[in-house]
Every structure is written in structure tokens, then in C-alpha cells.
Design a protein around this ligand. Structure first.
Ligand code: CDP
Ligand code: CDP
Length: 231
């Protein structure tokens, strides 16, 4: 069966990684969460005095950009990229609200993007890749056979993300999660370099009223049509 490239973009906490993992599992593809790579750079900047609530030393970040390594973890027939920061496994540290608070200004820096996009494009060379992020359909894989753009109401997204973080044991307020989502959406969609926007030929899905299973079946059908060359 021919392998395609699937680009999933959209606002924060719209269910991109959930559907991307399901697709990779079903199709036997490689799944890459590109946001995790930007989060790892943000963690590096936080740990090295580059960014805080009161300052951001962009020059130091550009001078000392860390190595972000992807280790492909085998899961039955599919693979999930596991993120390392300068050879340290950071998969569990990068998803908290503190990192979420610093990641968007970091991801707006062109030098950061250039380095990570080059890595992402290299992974894409072999096809059979599902990647989610903000600029996958527009910049990373403009030739992707299937592009999805996901959205849902900010309130619904914040509720989903809040529940997830509380279940992980984070002591947070709902309002802080909502505020973070709205701030990131704003920075991500108004930055100069590769802003979050729907690619012209992307299919938009608003899943405010859609459960995980329905969303998966909808996207899977779109993928099957493209694999079979029906579209
Ligand atoms: O999971 P969530 O939607 O909250 O965020 P994420 O996918 O982990 O992405 C974290 C941040 O990384 C985003 O808010 C963007 O600032 C940045 N990002 C980006 O600029 N480009 C991408 N391709 C992926 C993420
Ligand atoms: O990757 P992204 O930040 O776009 O979102 P996610 O991590 O896949 O999904 C955020 C949360 O929303 C997860 O807890 C999902 O289980 C949940 N979700 C949901 O409840 N219903 C949907 N239709 C999509 C996602």
C-alpha cells in the first residue's frame, strides 16, 4: 500500500496528538509531535537562565541552541518519536503548564524554527509519517497528501486540557489553563515566521461537539481515500 504524509495542524488542545497517534497506530506510520520539540527548547531556555517572567535573552538562545534528539520508540507496528534534550529524556517534563507559559515566545524565534523544521523535514523523507503542530501543512510538508486543520471552542479545549493536567497530578486553576491557551493561540497565529494558519488545501474539523472516536473515523476515511488515490 502506498504511504502518504499526514499533516495535522490547529489550535492548542484541539485533539491533534490524539488523532495523530490513532492514525499512526492504524496505518503503521511514524508519529511525531513537533510541539514537543519546541517545548524541549523552552525547557532548555528556562533551565539556563535564558527566559523567565522578567527577561528573555534571545541572543543567548540563538548562540547556544540545544540539540533536540528524536528516538523512535517501537509500538507494535507503529513508532512514536520520544524527545531528548542534549541526550536527556525530557518527555515527562515538557508537558506542564510552566513550559506551556514560555514555549510560544521561544517558538517565534526564526533560528529555533529553522533548526527544528530541518529535522522534521528529514524525518518526512521516508513517508508514512503523521506529524502534528502549527506549520506542518504550510511550511514543513507543503506537499503532504492529507492536511487537517483542527479547531474547537477555547472553553472546550481548556476544559479538556485542565482535566488532563489534573489527572497527571498538577495543582492548577482552570482559569490559568484557559489564559495560557488563549495567549499561545494569539502569539502562535500572529508571529511573523510560520504563523499558525490553515493551509489552503487543508480540511478543517471543528470537534467542539465531536468525541475522540468520531473524530478518528472521519480523519481515517480521509486518509484511506488518499492512500487509495481516490482523491
Ligand atoms: O499540545 P498543545 O497543543 O498544547 O501544544 P504543542 O503542540 O505541544 O505546542 C506547544 C507550542 O509549540 C505551541 O503553542 C507553539 O508555540 C509551538 N509550536 C510551533 O510553533 N510549531 C509547531 N509545529 C508545533 C508547536
Ligand atoms: O495535541 P493537542 O494539544 O491538539 O490535543 P490532545 O492532547 O490530543 O487533546 C487534548 C485533550 O482533549 C486530551 O485529553 C484528549 O483526550 C481530549 N479530547 C477530547 O476529549 N475530545 C476530542 N474530540 C479531542 C480531544
Amino acid at each position: 500500500m502506498r504511504k502518504i504524509t499526514i499533516a495535522i495542524d490547529g489550535y492548542s488542545s484541539t485533539g491533534k496528538s490524539t488523532v495523530a497517534k490513532q492514525l499512526a497506530d492504524y496505518l503503521g506510520y511514524v508519529y511525531v509531535d513537533s510541539g514537543a520539540m519546541y517545548r524541549a527548547v523552552a525547557l532548555y531556555a528556562m533551565e539556563n537562565g535564558i527566559i523567565s517572567d522578567t527577561h528573555f535573552d534571545k541572543a543567548k538562545l540563538i548562540e547556544t541552541l540545544p540539540q533536540i534528539q528524536l528516538y523512535f520508540e517501537k509500538k507494535n507496528d507503529w513508532e512514536k518519536a520520544h524527545i531528548f534534550l542534549n541526550n536527556r529524556d525530557v518527555e515527562n517534563e515538557i508537558r506542564n503548564l510552566e513550559v506551556s507559559g514560555f514555549v510560544s515566545p521561544i517558538a517565534a524565534i526564526p533560528e529555533v524554527r529553522a533548526k527544528l523544521v530541518a529535522q522534521q523535514q528529514e524525518i518526512g523523507l521516508k513517508k508514512g509519517v503523521v506529524m502534528d503542530g502549527r506549520d506542518i501543512g504550510t511550511v514543513v510538508f507543503p506537499e503532504a497528501e492529507l492536511k487537517i486543520f483542527m479547531n474547537a471552542s477555547a472553553f472546550q479545549r481548556a476544559q479538556r486540557r485542565y482535566k488532563e493536567l489534573v489527572e497527571k497530578g498538577e495543582n492548577i486553576q482552570f482559569e490559568a489553563v484557559l489564559k495560557n491557551l488563549e495567549e499561545r493561540d494569539h502569539i502562535d497565529s500572529t508571529r511573523k515566521d510560520s504563523p499558525l494558519k490553515k493551509a489552503e488545501n487543508a480540511i478543517e474539523i471543528n470537534n467542539s461537539e465531536m468525541n475522540i472516536e468520531d473524530q478518528f473515523h472521519m480523519v481515517l476515511q480521509l486518509a484511506k481515500d488518499r492512500i487509495a488515490g481516490r482523491v
